[in-house]
Design a protein around this ligand. Structure first.
Ligand SMILES: [Fe+2]
Length: 344
């Protein structure tokens, strides 16, 4: 068996790991990574870890919910060593289901800013994405909209495009507003946003960006990497979208722009704790940070590592320092508030 062996197993196929003790022993130099990141570029990140440590990475990929359901049903027999997901709301959900175990790492505590990791060490953010406004350059003057709160200003009636409240990114954003303003004001805000919608929510973040460029609304709300993808595209229709829009980082005059994370933690029943710890600490090294952030055009979390050029081009910005666990735990209440406000 070669130690650099690296394979991917997709859940939903029949080829699933069976966690017999013999297999677990045979895989002593293999890290079982349960991932809901589905970026091909992550492959380079994982093979670099294998090169440095001799530990092969066996990646099991699936959507968030099937992945968590699988870990739950596997229970103590789960072969999972590390869980990696996007959005704090999702990794915190895994912690809530007792699928993660804490890791006290000085290396991670010193390299990852405190607001981007669980204070109890169940998960750590390894890259960030900002939830920003993409505004039509020809319709929205510089400085005309500055905050998330402004999205509810009646002057933008019929001008806002944003996806559904069922989406975790919006639940986390609303969770951050809840932390800043409390339930009553957050509900008033959500009602204001709904009143300003150019159309009922539909599609993903990229669809909102395209709608704003097409004149369906003047202001789209989206995560930075979606816009970054369009800036990298060679397609004329994508270039036209990018040409029409400007990135606005909200709340630069007060608490800062809401950022979310790609995060990882050690699985509760990992049989390979040392490999899992080595893997998490590897993810915070400068070279891994570059792979990690460049793979999906995100921001690195470790100081001194520059973001990808198409992301750096928008300039530096102030981040909301609210701990990701706070807005993650606010997700459920945020969704109830959005429901009451009629946010589909
Ligand atoms: Fe996404």
């Amino acid at each position: 068996m070669t130690l650099t062996f690296n394979r991917r197993i997709f859940l939903g196929s029949t080829a699933l790991l069976v966690a017999s003790p013999a297999i677990l022993r045979a895989q002593a130099r293999t890290l079982n990574l349960y991932s809901s990141r589905h970026y091909d570029t992550d492959e380079a990140l994982y093979s670099d870890f294998t090169k440095q440590t001799g530990i092969a990475v066996n990646r099991v990929e699936a959507g968030e919910d099937p992945l968590l359901a699988r870990m739950q049903s596997e229970g103590a027999n789960s072969p999972a060593d590390v869980l990696i997901t996007v959005d704090a709301g999702r990794i915190e959900k895994a912690r809530g289901l007792d699928l993660l175990q804490p890791f006290a790492s000085e290396a991670l505590a010193s390299r990852i800013p405190a607001h981007l990791r669980d204070p109890d060490g169940h998960w750590f953010g390894f890259s960030t994405r900002a939830r920003v406004l993409l505004v039509a350059k020809d319709k929205v003057a510089d400085g005309a909209i500055r905050t998330y709160e402004d999205l509810a200003d009646p002057k933008w009636k019929g001008k806002v495009v944003i996806r559904s409240s069922t989406n975790v990114y919006n639940q986390s954003l609303t969770g951050s507003i809840l932390a800043a303003h409390g339930a009553e004001k957050t509900e008033a805000w959500a009602k204001g946003v709904v009143a300003n919608l150019a159309r009922p929510p539909r599609g993903g973040d990229t669809d909102q960006i395209r709608a704003a460029a097409a004149g369906e609304g003047d202001i789209a709300v989206a995560n930075t990497y979606y816009f970054a993808r369009l800036t990298r595209s060679e397609k004329p229709e994508d270039k036209a979208v990018v040409e029409k829009l400007r990135v606005v980082f909200p709340n630069q005059g007060d608490r800062g722009t809401h950022v979310n994370i790609s995060a990882a933690g050690i699985a509760r029943h990992s049989k390979n704790i040392d490999a899992a710890k080595a893997f998490l600490e590897y993810l915070a090294t400068p070279s891994a940070q570059r792979y990690f952030a460049y793979g999906n055009s995100e921001y690195p979390v470790v100081a001194g590592v520059e973001p990808p050029p198409q992301v750096a081009a928008w300039g530096a910005f102030k981040q909301d320092q609210l701990n990701a666990r706070v807005f993650a735990r606010n997700n459920a209440e945020a969704l109830k508030i959005m429901d009451r406000a009629g946010w589909k």
